[in-house]
Design a protein around this ligand. Sequence first.
Ligand SMILES: [Fe+2]
Length: 238
Amino acid sequence: MKVTVEGSGAGPAAVKRRRSGGPGRRQSGAFGGPGTVPAHHDVVLIRDILDKMGPEDVHLRAVTKAAAASGGPRTHPVPIITRTTIYKCKNFSVVVFLLPPGATIPLHNHPGMTVFSKLLLGSLRVTSYDWAEADQRPVAVGGDRPLLRLAKLVLDADLSAPCDALVLFPESGGNMHRFAAATACAVLDVLGPPYSGDRDCTYYQDLPYRRHIDDTDEAAGDEEQKPRLGWLLETRKP
Ligand SMILES: [Fe+2]
């Protein structure tokens, strides 16, 4: 999957207005840096704002136009996902992803981050995981020693806009997720803090739990948990 990246430029009037207005001041103060979780009232506030947002609030036509201008030939054989940053500061960023039908943002994590995701347009399937055990070390497997770690499924559901925003946290809420577009989609992400050079995302392949039962797995005896368990295998950037 090819992902093109474009810098800021589109005019998300509603986002900027909300950031600079009363609630906006609290948003920029909501994110305390890597590994921190915003206060509950800030999470509720930001979610409430996003729940009420639609494509028009980010000037989606302008975003689509800008993405098309930077997205290369339309005949590209691989569906191209475009990512447009419409606001970025030290504490958080606001990004719009445009996905053509059939495109997938592969399973990836958000190290130390809180991320709000709002589906503005279209239908997609979201699959998300958290680690089964917070302090469990990944297991090296195979010849080139890829890392494998047990995870628990948090969400595996089809979403269609308009719908409420999702939120994930550093250790909960489905910090590893995948978006698979059934139709053309637009997703607005608020990421606090933004990714950085020393805190980039890791990609994974999720494998059924039944294929990897071994003695290192303490959760193997928990029959209730088994249907929601899976192994996440670190993969190269797609
Ligand atoms: Fe993500």
